[in-house]
Design a protein around this ligand. Sequence first.
Ligand code: ATP
Ligand code: MG
Length: 417
Amino acid sequence: MEIKTVKGFKDILGLDALLFNEIQRVGYDIANSFGYKLIVLPTVEYAELFDRSVGNTTDIVEKEMFTFEDKGGRTLSLRPEMTASVARSFIEHHMETNPLPLKFFYFGQCFRYENPQKGRYREFYQLGVEVLGDISPLLDIEVIQIALKIIEQFNIKNLKVKINSIGCRVCRPKYKEALTEALKPHYDELCPDCKRRLYTNPLRVLDCKKEEDSLKEILPRITNYLCDECRKHFEEVQRLLTELKIPFEVDNTLVRGLDYYTKTVFEVISEDLGAQNALLGGGRYDYLVEDLGGRKTPGVGFAMGVERFIEILKGNKFKTPEKKKLYITYDKKFGSNAFEIRNSLIPDFVVEIDPKGDSLKKQIERASKRGSDFILIMGENEVLENSISIKDLKSGNQIKIKIDELKESLKELLKDA
Ligand code: ATP
Ligand code: MG
């Protein structure tokens, strides 16, 4: 039987792979310009890390984790997200001894055992940033700005920023209580998952896609329950967003599917994505580090779904900047000269060398099948004269120049090609 990819897993090929690479490159470039440093984390962690951070009554931990026992009897999980790993790493390496806040950028795959569909896979990539060690609402704005700046590099519009505050240890319990009380009379209308959530994690009912909007409308709003500190923080976030002319919408039903969030939560959604419309999500997590055994360290960050971003870019016909493609044809005797020429031209150009060095006609045929822009010809005459011919495959024009001038001539020729 033919072996195929596993359900929910995929190959990333062709244009998708080019865009994947470009998103990673631009994401890192932008985050780095804001002072964020790359962090590379393991894909496997102790399952307990996610139990204690994402939360053991969330869908992610309850239903979606790839958890297994290794040969040493350890209970491990493929990471379903990366914020918990950043916090674990922060604690493990005593990073609190550095001048805070610390700012990280990451890019890597995550795993969730979900029902695969468009924009939803069992292995997917997240790009994200995290700031640890500062409570200021300015940092909530900073991470939102990074997300938008990355998106802006790709000329993407039609996005919406939604924000909410989900309070803290002081005010959230009171809201949870009020919410549970308000939901009880509607118990029969709730979906089976929400019937359970009502007692384990009532906030999640707000986020359930199966519940009627009419029900959500009559429920109490968290913003009426925020303590002074959370209210001020949320007001400041909104004031800054307004001043910076970042369009946003307050959505009191936005709660996010991870327990570690506190205060600000946000999402960027795109209508180009259909049902799975969230391109990225994030928020503050002021207790995460201490809940994992570290010193009290507030944090804020976001994670973007790379596959969903690729979808948006494809829909907008975004073109990745590509180098011009050259193809070296040569008389068989001069194979090594071809290698030398290539060495002098990379990495400014993409340079392929014909694998055979047979008749010029056959080599040109192969070059054109591979979509080369220009052919470099190293025949006997050229080599004797220390020169090389450049043939434009589109126009058929051919010129002969001195080898020393090759790079400059190509740059000049290809400027408008
Ligand atoms: P959703 O509501 O779409 O399930 P989520 O709230 O579970 O998203 P987060 O945990 O915040 O998502 O992850 C951040 C981003 O990662 C999402 O906004 C989305 O773009 C992407 N993402 C999450 N789960 C998947 C998945 N199974 N496949 C592809 N991308 C995903
Ligand atoms: Mg989800």
